[in-house]
Design a protein around this ligand. Sequence first.
Ligand SMILES: [Cu+2]
Length: 113
Amino acid sequence: MQYSVREIKAKPGEKLRIKLTNIGSMPAQTMSHNWVLLKKMDTAGVNALAMAAASKPNHLPDDLSAIIAHTKMLGPGESDTIEVTAPSESGSYPYLCTFPGHAALMNGQFIVE
Ligand SMILES: [Cu+2]
């Protein structure tokens, strides 16, 4: 239960195509994954967002203002490709999986420089 990529680097404003594939085989109800890119925030902020997302049916918080981009929630064998425009401001932007309990292991940094 980990991302194969823990760090993504991009230039400010660069357009990237992000493809997430769930290579697991456990049922979607118990083990689904997504990729959610957040605005700059500290670990406490990421944890708070993960908590807010956990109880929601779609595993996204009601307040989407901190989310830059996200894939669909994927069951086993599914994949989703999204286009992401890197923020114009350099720095480190956290990403995570918002399936309940996954953020602690499934996270990474999107680095704009
Ligand atoms: Cu996950």
